[in-house]
Design a protein around this ligand. Structure first.
Ligand SMILES: NC(=O)CC[C@H](N)C(=O)O
Length: 378
């Protein structure tokens, strides 16, 4: 594994043999690697697991989060989106009643290049000190001399300025019906890299979800008779997502209820006039504490973001759509983790209340959105 600052880690091939390039980031989740690997937000990122042993539950047919890019048609949410995978000690044996195969075999069959046996603790400390950076993993015939590999790493585009939602979004809209069949509300979900569990959370609350491509228009949303709009998570630099920001302003102008997650939070924030920045090494894991201002309530959350909104805890500000507030911040470093309009008609969080993988502390946000739809409908 070659980092853009010239540091090299030598290990053994894990998964497919060959070459991969991406931004090296680390995740502190001790469980949930299948959800991480299939999360479209990880597109173009090489993920390093801080947990030393990975793979013991193998691979199964249920935990994939890659709903995007037409995967729903085949019911297969198991497309691996990470650019590469870095682990210390891969499990030699799969042990789970749900497993259909091993992690190693799945990486091979999907052509995902990885590396094992390196000092991941040293690598993570390096990324934490220097920040996330471009990297590459090379094995087999791709393993050339150090200077050539370093050049390949440096020749790739940076995550800063990367416009990636269109690469993971669905080409065609599709519908996910509510559990039980009877729809109380209809939500238009803008797919910027949507995870499988998000529409599932809506469906469990009696909501029919129309998943729309990232370039959907206000007319499409209005034609559906949507009661509300959802902005999904997704890869890339939110500063490039001008189309989604424009759509969000139109939706807010209509007074339609709006809810956003992660990339969706960055987009709502931008629509409200905030700017975004690239964090040093981001937040990726499933035990990250977030404070809700006003209530002081803390949620332990799942997160996966390398960018964040500018702002201060509890800060209120004027927008063309009414007054807004920085509603949530991270208890570890003060990063913005949520915004909302003070009239509660639009809100979003930087973390993952759909919790796949992760703790369920924040699931109430789906209930809050459902109540909002109820109130508006009444
Ligand atoms: N999970 C996400 O939606 C990530 C949002 C954005 N790509 C970031 O890295 O901050």
């Amino acid at each position: 594994m070659v980092l853009e600052d010239g540091r090299i880690f030598r290990g053994t091939s894990f998964g497919a043999v060959g070459q991969t390039l991406g931004e090296a980031v680390f995740s502190t989740g001790m469980t949930g690697y299948q959800e991480t690997l299939t999360d479209p937000s990880y597109h173009r990122q090489i993920v390093v697991s801080t947990a030393p042993q990975i793979g013991n539950t193998g691979w199964n047919g249920e935990d994939g989060e890659a709903l995007s890019a037409g995967r729903q048609a085949s019911g297969d949410s198991n497309k691996i989106w990470v650019a590469g995978y870095v682990v210390r000690d891969p499990a030699r044996r799969t042990s789970s009643w749900r497993a259909t195969g091993s992690l190693q075999d799945e990486l091979v069959s999907q052509g995902i290049v990885g590396i094992a046996g390196i000092d991941t603790r040293a690598l993570v400390r390096h990324l934490r000190t220097r920040g996330s950076m471009r990297a590459g993993v090379f094995s087999g015939a791709a393993l050339t001399d150090d200077a050539a590999m370093l050049q390949a790493v440096k020749d790739q585009p940076s995550m800063l300025g990367a416009d990636l939602a269109g690469e993971v979004s669905t080409d065609n809209g599709y519908i996910i019906e509510p559990v039980g069949g009877e729809a109380r509300f209809t939500v238009a979900a803008i797919d910027l890299g949507i995870k499988t569990n998000t529409p599932r959370m809506f469906a469990q609350r009696g909501i029919r979800v129309h998943v729309l491509p990232s370039n959907a228009s206000l007319e499409q949303i209005l034609d559906l008779g949507a009661d509300g709009v959802f902005l999904s998570n997704g890869p890339g630099d939110p500063a490039t997502a001008d189309g989604a920001v424009h759509l969000t302003k139109e939706v807010l102008g209509q007074g339609l209820p709006l809810f956003g997650i992660c990339f969706g939070n960055q987009i709502l924030g931008r629509a409200l006039g905030l700017s975004t920045y690239k964090m040093k090494f981001g937040h990726r894991g499933i035990n990250i504490p977030v404070i809700e201002h006003g209530t002081g309530r803390i949620a332990i959350t799942a997160q996966n973001h390398g960018f964040a909104l500018e702002g201060e805890a509890g800060q209120e500000f004027d927008t063309p759509f009414g007054r807004a507030v920085i509603s949530h911040t991270c208890a570890n470093d003060g990063a913005v983790e949520g915004v909302r309009l003070l009239d509660d008609s639009a809100f979003s969080v930087q973390y993952h209340p759909e919790a796949a993988a992760g703790p369920h502390d924040a699931a109430y946000l789906f209930d809050r959105f459902t109540s909002l739809l109820e109130g508006v409908k009444k």
